[in-house]
Structures are given as structure tokens and as C-alpha cells.
Design a protein around this ligand. Structure first.
Ligand code: FMN
Length: 209
């Protein structure tokens, strides 16, 4: 697929069909991670792939409770502060946070090695280089998945979710994961949030802001 077409087609899709992602396609998509730039040329990425409803449910157990709390407390208040597109996205995304991870039947946990400082206590911006590299790799995965006709949705872990996952999968102590990444084929009626209109030329500042 032509590169700019891939960029156009990459969207967050939170509704998946039953069609399985074959291992060879998944491996090809995950290999794209190692084509992303990486700090210190480290490429310290590892992927845990979880399939099977029961296995995924066990991993994402705290997600439902955590999002329910946000949903109850936040959505109504959010309607006052968010713009129309943001609110529409949240209204669609929040109730699907657990289901989208289970329905894909292919949950990827992209792990990276975090050295020096704990992830949530960086000493300076460069302490986040490991995290930044890991996200550059995730973007490559999203684009490669799009080129394969696949859809992705991801959730950033909150609260007890990181520790719960790391313990269940037996991750080494100095590894963190970027997100819960669901990869699958989109449902025929998959919802897609309206894209924000951005006037790129207004975002580019020449020789100063
Ligand atoms: C840093 C970051 C965090 C995000 N966290 C979540 C999340 O926790 N759950 C979710 O469903 N989507 C999450 N998203 C997806 C965004 O909602 C989505 O990218 C945005 O609405 C734009 O839609 P698009 O991806 O279809 O262009 C996140 C995206 C980014 C870049």
C-alpha cells in the first residue's frame, strides 16, 4: 500500500470481527517495530502476545473497574470541558476499554527495558528515551498493521494495571510495557471517530512561533 495512503487509513478501531490474525502476518507487523529509531541503538523491545478470551480477560481484569470509575466520575464533567470531537471519542471509547482488548483475540504487550530512573520518576527529559523509542516502535506497528488491512486499538495502563500485567506474564523487573495493544480485523460496522480538522499550514511556524 502506498505510504501516504497507509497514513490516511490508520485509525483507532475499537470494534473487531471474529477473523483471526495469522501468526505470520502478526510477526511481519511486529517486525516493523525494529525499523523504528531507537535510543542508543538499543532495540530492547520484547512482545508478549496473548490469545484466547480467558487469558486476555485475566490480564485485563482491572481495566473494567478502572474505566467504570472514570466513566462515572468523568464523562459528565468532561462534556463541559471537552470539545465536540474529543467528547464524541471519549463517549465511544470509554465503554469499550475492556471489550476491545478481549474481542481482538490478539492482545500484544509491547515491552521495553527502562534503565536508570523508574518510568514515572524521570530525572530529565532524556530519562524518557526508552519510553519514547518504545512508542516510535508502536507507531510503526500501527502503520504496518494498517498496510496489512488490520485494525488496532490501544489502552494506556492506569492504576494497578501495569503491576498486574507484569506479574502475570512474568516480565523481568526492569521492563515496562507501553500499552495494551489489540490487533485484529475490523468489524464490518466498526465505529470510527470523526477526525479533527487541522489546518496544517497554521501549525507550521517559520523562523519562530
Ligand atoms: C498517548 C495516547 C494515549 C491513548 N490512550 C488511549 C486509551 O487509553 N484508550 C483508547 O481507547 N484510545 C487511546 N488512544 C487513542 C486515541 O483516542 C486516538 O488516537 C484519537 O482519538 C485519534 O483517533 P485516530 O487514532 O483514529 O486518529 C490514545 C492515543 C495516544 C496517542
Amino acid at each position: 500500500m502506498e505510504f501516504y495512503r497507509v497514513l490516511e487509513l490508520r485509525r483507532t478501531v475499537r470494534d473487531f470481527s471474529d477473523r483471526k490474525v495469522e501468526d505470520d502476518v502478526l510477526n511481519k507487523v511486529l517486525a516493523a517495530a525494529f525499523r523504528a529509531p531507537t535510543n542508543d541503538h538499543l532495540r530492547q523491545l520484547e512482545f508478549v502476545v496473548v490469545r484466547g478470551r480467558e487469558n486476555i480477560l485475566r490480564l485485563v481484569a482491572p481495566v473494567a473497574e478502572n474505566t467504570q470509575r472514570i466513566q462515572q466520575a468523568g464523562l459528565e464533567a468532561a462534556s463541559q470541558t471537552m470539545d465536540r470531537d474529543e467528547y464524541a471519542m471519549f463517549s465511544d471509547a470509554l465503554p469499550k476499554q475492556q471489550l476491545m482488548l478481549v474481542e481482538s483475540d490478539c492482545l500484544v504487550l509491547p515491552f521495553f527495558r527502562q534503565v536508570g530512573c523508574p518510568l514515572c520518576r524521570p530525572a530529565e527529559q532524556s530519562s524518557l528515551n526508552y519510553f519514547a523509542s518504545a512508542w516510535a516502535a508502536v507507531e510503526n506497528i500501527l502503520l504496518a498493521a494498517t498496510a496489512e488491512g488490520l485494525a488496532c486499538a490501544f489502552r494506556i495502563p492506569i492504576g494497578s494495571e501495569p503491576e498486574h500485567v507484569k506479574q502475570l506474564v512474568g516480565a523481568p523487573g526492569d521492563y515496562e510495557f507501553t500499552c495494551f495493544l489489540a490487533i485484529g480485523y475490523p468489524a464490518p460496522d466498526a465505529h470510527m471517530c470523526r477526525q479533527k480538522t487541522v489546518r496544517v499550514e497554521e501549525r507550521i511556524h517559520r523562523n519562530g512561533w
